[in-house]
Design a protein. Structure first.
Length: 134
């Protein structure tokens, strides 16, 4: 359950910066064994810097090694996008991926990072209290 701790940092390619903003909501998807969205958190900080600087600053808050962080670096300027998640809310019920794809976002791809609209987030919040477990 490390992904739902307070103040976690995630890394992306810098070109994702247009979609990643302070105050945006980040949903937590867990693949195995859950295969569903289990909660959400607010983005508190967005930083673009070298992998080494970001790793030095956020090592204890991240789940990646420096080698893994470097895989997100822009090849032109060696910069990585990091965003820090603050307050996290765990949903009472998971939202299974088949429900996400059938009712919210047909092309939902949690492994490739998938941005969702406010309308989709509102739908997730409505569904999170319902039991879709089979």
């Amino acid at each position: 359950k490390k992904s739902l701790g307070r103040d976690k940092v995630f890394y992306k390619y810098p070109r994702a910066y247009r979609e990643v903003r302070r105050g945006s909501t980040f949903v937590f998807y867990v693949s195995d064994p859950v295969k569903g969205i289990i909660g959400e958190g607010k983005i508190e900080r967005v930083v673009i810097d070298t992998p080494e600087n970001l790793y030095d600053k956020y090592e204890q808050k991240g789940v990646l090694s420096l080698k893994e962080v470097k895989t997100y670096a822009d090849t032109k300027n060696n910069k990585v996008l990091a965003f820090v998640i603050g307050k996290v809310t765990r949903y009472p019920k998971k939202i299974p991926i088949d429900i996400i794809r059938s009712k919210i976002k047909p092309r939902f791809d949690p492994q490739g990072s998938c941005f969702i609209s406010q309308k989709e987030l509102d739908t997730i919040r409505k569904l999170e209290g319902m039991n879709y477990e089979r």
